[in-house]
Design a protein around this ligand. Structure first.
Ligand code: HEC
Ligand code: HEC
Length: 297
C-alpha cells in the first residue's frame, strides 16, 4: 500500500471513530387506529423479515447479514422479539414508529437502511401491533444473534447518512392505482436499495432520485461470500423489458428467473406478496425510465 493511501486511511479512521452517530430522539405521541395483527404479520415478514427473521429458530430473533460489504464491518440484525434485554421488548409503540420512520432507535442509535419514511400509517400500525402481539415468532427469545461492529469507514459512512425526519404523517396506502401501489411497494420493500447503483447514493425520502434507480449494479455478496451484482430491473432490453408479469411474480415469490435459473441470496423471497401486489410492481417497473446497463450473472 503506498504512503498516500495509508495516510488517507489513517485519517479516515480517526475521523470515523470521532464521528457523531448518536441522535436525540423525540417522544412522539403515537396513536394506533385499529390494526389487523394478521396483516401485520404478513407485512413484518415482507418488510423486516429478510433481515430479522431467523429461519432456523422460526422467529424474529435476528441473524448476521452476510451480504453487507465487508469494509463496513460486521452487521447483525438485532433480535426484535419481545425479550426485554436481548430483544426489542422495551420499545414502546411510539419508539417503534419513530425508529421505522427515521432509522433512529430509542437510545439515539442510527440504524440506516431500515427506515421507511414513506410507509403508510395503516401499515406502520399493523407492523407495530404484530410486534406487540402474542404470535410465537415475536414472543420473548433470549437468543443473541451477535453484535454489530462497524469499521471506522462504516462509522464514517453512517455519519454522512441522511437521517429521516419524523412525520406524523397521515400517509395513505395507494389502493386503486396499480402504478402507485407498485411504487409504494418498491419503496417500502426496499427493492430499490439493492437494485440501484449503490447503498451510498440512495435517496430514501424520494427513491426515484437515487443514482441509477433500479438500473442494477449494486455490489453485494452471495451466501458463499462471493461478490454479486444486482440485476437491472428497468424496462430496457438489458433489464426486464421482455419479462411477463407471470415471470416477475415467479422471480419474487419463488426465486426462479426468466431463464429458469435459481436466483440466489441475498435476493429475498417474498411469498407473501399477493397477485395484485406483484402485478402492481410489474406495472410500476414498466413506467420508470429505462437504463441501458448490462449485468452479467
Ligand atoms: C436491511 C436489513 C433490515 C431491515 C429490512 C430491517 N432491519 Fe431492523 N435492524 C437491522 C440491523 C442491521 C439492525 C442493528 C443495527 C445496529 O446494531 O447498529 C437493526 C435493528 C433493529 C432494532 C433494534 C433497535 C435498537 O435500539 O437496538 C429494531 C427494533 C428493528 N431493527 C426493527 C425493525 C423493523 C420493525 C423492521 C421492519 C419494519 C426492520 N427492523 C427492518 C436491519 C434491518
Ligand atoms: C437485499 C437485496 C435485494 C433486495 C431487497 C431485492 N433484491 Fe432482487 N435481487 C437481488 C440480487 C442480488 C439478485 C440477483 C441474484 C442472482 O444473480 O442470482 C436479484 C434478482 C432479482 C430478480 C431476477 C432478475 C434476473 O435478471 O434474473 C428480480 C426480478 C428481482 N430481483 C426483483 C426484486 C424486487 C421486485 C424486489 C422488491 C420486492 C427485490 N428484487 C428486492 C437483491 C435484492
Amino acid at each position: 500500500m503506498n504512503l498516500k493511501i495509508r495516510t488517507l486511511l489513517a485519517a479516515l479512521a480517526v475521523l470515523g471513530w470521532g464521528c457523531q452517530i448518536h441522535y436525540q430522539t423525540e417522544k412522539v405521541n403515537y396513536k394506533m387506529a385499529s390494526p389487523s395483527v394478521r396483516e401485520g404479520k404478513r407485512l413484518t415478514m415482507l418488510v423486516c423479515g429478510s433481515c430479522h427473521y431467523n429461519l432456523e429458530t422460526k422467529d424474529f430473533s435476528g441473524k448476521k447479514l452476510e451480504d453487507s460489504p465487508k469494509f463496513l464491518g460486521k452487521i447483525y440484525a438485532t433480535n426484535i422479539t419481545q425479550h426485554p434485554k436481548q430483544g426489542a421488548g422495551e420499545y414502546t409503540p411510539g419508539e417503534l414508529a419513530y425508529l421505522i420512520r427515521t432509522g433512529i432507535g430509542r437510545t439515539g442509535r442510527l440504524m440506516p437502511f431500515m427506515h421507511r419514511p414513506n410507509m403508510a400509517d395503516a401499515d406502520l400500525d399493523a407492523i407495530i401491533a404484530y410486534l406487540k402481539s402474542d404470535d410465537p415468532a415475536v414472543r420473548p427469545s433470549g437468543r443473541n444473534p451477535g453484535k454489530t461492529r462497524y469499521s471506522p469507514i462504516g462509522r464514517l459512512g453512517l455519519s454522512f447518512t441522511k437521517v429521516g425526519e419524523y412525520r406524523d404523517a397521515g400517509i395513505q396506502k395507494p389502493k386503486n392505482d396499480p402504478v402507485l401501489l407498485g411504487k409504494y411497494l418498491v419503496d417500502n420493500l426496499a427493492c430499490f436499495h439493492c437494485h440501484s447503483k449503490s447503498f451510498t447514493s440512495l435517496d430514501v425520502q424520494q427513491p426515484e432520485r437515487s443514482k441509477g434507480f433500479m438500473g442494477g449494479g449494486n455490489k453485494l455478496r452471495d451466501a458463499a461470500g462471493k461478490k454479486i451484482k444486482t440485476p437491472n430491473l428497468t424496462p430496457h432490453a438489458t433489464g426486464i423489458a421482455s419479462w411477463t408479469q407471470a415471470e416477475l411474480r415467479r422471480a419474487v415469490t419463488e426465486g426462479v428467473s426468466k431463464d429458469n435459473s435459481v436466483i440466489s441470496y441475498p435476493m429475498p423471497l417474498y411469498p407473501e406478496l399477493t397477485e395484485a401486489e406483484t402485478s402492481a410492481i410489474y406495472a410500476y417497473l414498466n413506467t420508470i425510465p429505462p437504463i441501458e446497463h448490462e449485468i452479467k450473472r
